[in-house]
Design a protein around this ligand. Structure first.
Ligand SMILES: [Zn+2]
Ligand SMILES: [Zn+2]
Length: 235
């Protein structure tokens, strides 16, 4: 789905309506997150629909290394030759040298995401491992994007700001499914820190497209929604 010129959104149901974003960043194509293990074809199909070639793909970058966000990275890297960049803390999970930090099994809202919480609590499933070509940290420029460190959901969560498009990509710091809120309680390692990260994201003025990790992008009053989330009390 096209959000605006040069910005396309892909989703799938299995990973809690997890999102991936295909960006024509002028210097090639950039993919933010790669959906689930079985979604490689879907992403390649979206590129073809845009009338672009896999070889035009410059890089795959991650918001964080939970399975539904990195699942197809390996197959897409092989198909396109794209460079894989991720946060240093998350890199070991992507390449398989360590496991994602587990969460509690104790059910927390939203119940719609409990299946994913169980998966992370028990360490179920495994993404195809992928070599990481480089790391990203706060303030790095990736083409026209600016990387923002937004820990809380995981310690290595990164957001990306695209000033020309007024688009902010926030991974699971904010979700819009099943409702708009500052992260899912059951899958967020440190909610207080996550809320501080939402505060930090409010420093970017005039956000028009709030591209979240699960659920459709917020395209109506995005800046106001982000400001409201900063005030939302979270347990
Ligand atoms: Zn996550
Ligand atoms: Zn997620």
């Amino acid at each position: 789905m096209k959000i605006t010129d040069g910005l396309h959104y892909l989703t799938q149901e299995q990973g809690g309506y997890v999102g991936a974003f295909l960006l024509d960043t002028g210097d090639g194509l950039t993919l933010i997150d790669s959906l689930f293990d079985t979604d490689g074809k879907k992403v390649l199909g979206a590129i073809a629909k845009m009338g672009r070639q896999p070889s035009e793909w410059k890089r795959i970058i991650h918001s964080h290394a939970h399975r539904s966000h990195i699942g197809s990275t390996s197959v897409l890297k092989a198909a396109t030759g794209a460079t894989v960049l991720t946060h240093e803390w998350e890199a070991g999970i992507v390449d398989g040298s360590r496991k994602a930090t587990r969460v509690s099994l104790w059910p927390k809202p939203p119940r719609e995401a409990y299946k994913l919480q169980i998966g992370l609590a028990l360490g179920l499933g495994k993404h195809p491992l992928c070599k990481v070509d480089g790391t990203i940290k706060e303030g790095d420029r990736i083409g026209p994007l600016i990387a923002v460190s937004t820990p809380g959901h995981t310690p290595g969560c990164l957001s990306y700001w695209w000033p020309e498009k007024k688009a902010l990509f926030v991974g699971d710091v904010v979700v819009s499914w099943p409702k708009v809120e500052a992260g899912w309680a059951g899958l967020t390692l440190d909610m207080a820190e996550n809320v501080r990260s939402v505060g930090k994201l409010n420093e970017f003025a005039g956000v028009e497209y709030l591209c979240v990790g699960h659920g459709p992008p917020v395209t109506k009053d995005a800046a106001a929604v982000l400001a409201q989330l900063k005030k939302q009390p979270r347990g």
